[in-house]
Design a protein around this ligand. Structure first.
Ligand code: SF4
Length: 478
């Protein structure tokens, strides 16, 4: 029995797919990248962008046509808005939240589905037999729901050992959901309220990854730096959790880069910046979403910070972490955004000189507050603003990459580059770098190496291999 899994959206969805993979493979399913040979077809969806939802519709219509020739099961999970969920319920066999991933075996058996476990007598069953007691029952989950104990459901998800997507880079979810309710955002409706993962579990996972030789760890959460606030003093703060992680990774005696995404400017205290400055293993790269450089637009977005709040924390970052790269997210063409308001965003770009910005043209998501407002900035104006802002971003980013010319910098090699004979990696600041690999040698993948930068563009660099870091990554990492 084989499964096909399509994962759309952000790193959090990739992290969820790592746990879903463990659950499916414990049941005896074997992964295939060929939809035609799968018996179980699933999507981890993302309602944050309409494009991703359109892709899900394309897939399910195709899969439902395949059902005419073959018995197969389809399921949908991930970040799905209630309005999208309603429609998908009619198209998929199973629709469930990511919190319910641990209950998938029960859902499949209640649906009357023949799993590899129940079809063992037919022979040819790949992988280990599933043990039903490995998974909490749906009935128990339903009972806990009634008692309002959502957290233990999430704890069960986090307790599943992930099937990591890489032997040297790992994601660790530390928090789920969001309480901020930005007026354009679907996350509070798809992922629910903020819940922090117990710090003991997070630190245990960090220790395990360090022991296995992992090079890069990214802490994940929709609002990662409000970690602990939901526990009202009974849990570490984000700064103290980072501090503990920094101690573990610094003590490894080798290079490790620890990242986190995404923080909210309102919860980005100076204590977090101080902790990053104190630990070599905490990567000097910060992705801090701004969304708009205009206070009135920020107010309508319900961002709960002003442009001056943002400037203030950036000044502190520049002072304490002078070499750090700064990334951001921006929405152009939010309802009512005037030319003058957009120029305020251009102005803050000119001042801050971001290394990277993910700039999106506003599009309403059903069920959010701003979807009730008139989407009154014409599409051509949104495109023009995106273009102008990208040009400003490129000017600032190119200044930063140009300063790197001729320098020797360590990079983590992550895979093959699209350019033949080249490998790709990134600096500690997450600036992509490619270099010619001698005789197409891929053994550098997963290693830290030093390159000398020979040419740059605003968002990437090219270099030549100088040396490989002495401490070698152990094969035991897998
Ligand atoms: S902070 Fe705002 S944009 Fe970020 S997840 Fe929460 S509601 Fe969405």
């Amino acid at each position: 029995m084989r499964y096909f899994l399509l994962t759309l959206g952000c790193q959090m969805n990739i992290s969820d797919s790592e746990r879903l993979t463990t659950v499916l493979e414990k049941m005896g399913y074997v992964r295939t990248e060929n939809e035609a040979e799968a018996d179980l077809l699933g999507v981890i969806a993302c309602s944050v962008r309409q494009k991703a939802i359109d892709k899900v519709y394309g897939k399910i219509h195709r899969w439902n046509r395949m059902k005419e020739k073959k018995a197969l099961i389809t399921f949908l999970t991930g970040c799905v808005l209630p309005a999208d969920k309603e429609r998908f319920l009619k198209l998929f066999d199973l629709v469930f939240s990511t919190n319910e991933i641990p209950a998938l075996p029960d859902m499949l058996s209640q649906y009357g589905i023949t799993t590899p476990y129940s079809s063992r007598t037919q022979g040819d069953v790949p992988g280990p037999s599933p043990r039903k007691e490995d998974f909490p029952s749906l009935v128990k989950i339903a009972r806990e729901r009634r008692e309002g104990d959502d957290r233990s459901i999430l704890d069960r998800l986090w307790e599943i050992e992930p099937s990591y997507h890489s032997p040297f880079e790992a994601f660790i979810p530390i928090q789920n959901g969001c309480d901020k309710f930005c007026t354009y955002c679907a996350v509070p409706f798809t992922r629910g309220r903020e819940v922090s993962r117990p710090s003991g579990e997070v630190l245990e996972e960090v220790r395990m990854l360090v022991e296995r030789g992992y090079r890069s760890i990214t802490l994940l959460g929709q609002n990662v730096n409000s970690y602990g606030l939901d526990k009202k003093g009974k849990e570490l703060t984000f700064a103290s959790l980072l501090d503990e992680i920094g101690k573990i990774c610094d003590a490894a005696g080798r290079r490790i880069w620890v990242y986190f995404t995404s923080p909210h400017p309102r919860d980005m205290g100076e204590d977090v910046v101080d902790v990053i400055a104190a630990h070599p293993s905490l990567a000097k790269q910060i992705h801090l979403p701004l969304q708009s450089g205009d206070d009135e637009v920020l107010r309508r977005m319900n961002r709960k910070h002003t442009e001056e709040d943002y400037r203030k924390i950036v000044r502190y970052i520049r002072e304490r972490l002078p070499g750090a790269t700064l990334f951001t997210d921006i929405i152009v063409g939010f309802p009512g955004e005037t030319e003058e308001q957009f120029r305020n965003t251009l102005g803050i770009f000119r001042e801050i000189r971001f290394n990277m910005a993910y700039i999106a043209m506003y599009s309403p998501r059903p069920g959010t507050v701003s979807a009730r407002w008139k989407d009154d900035v014409p599409h051509e104006v949104k495109r023009e603003r995106l273009h102008r802002l990208t040009e400003e971003l490129e000017r600032g980013a190119l200044e930063a990459t140009s300063r790197m010319l001729g320098r020797e910098v360590p990079i983590l090699v992550t895979g093959k580059d699209r350019k033949h004979g080249f490998l790709a990696g990134h600096t500690e600041g997450r600036i992509p770098v490619r270099f010619a690999s001698p005789a197409a040698d891929t053994s550098f993948i997963g290693e830290f190496i030093t390159v000398r930068i020979t040419s740059v563009t605003p968002f990437s660099m090219e270099g030549e291999l100088i040396r490989v870091e002495e401490e070698k990554w152990q094969e035991s990492a897998g």
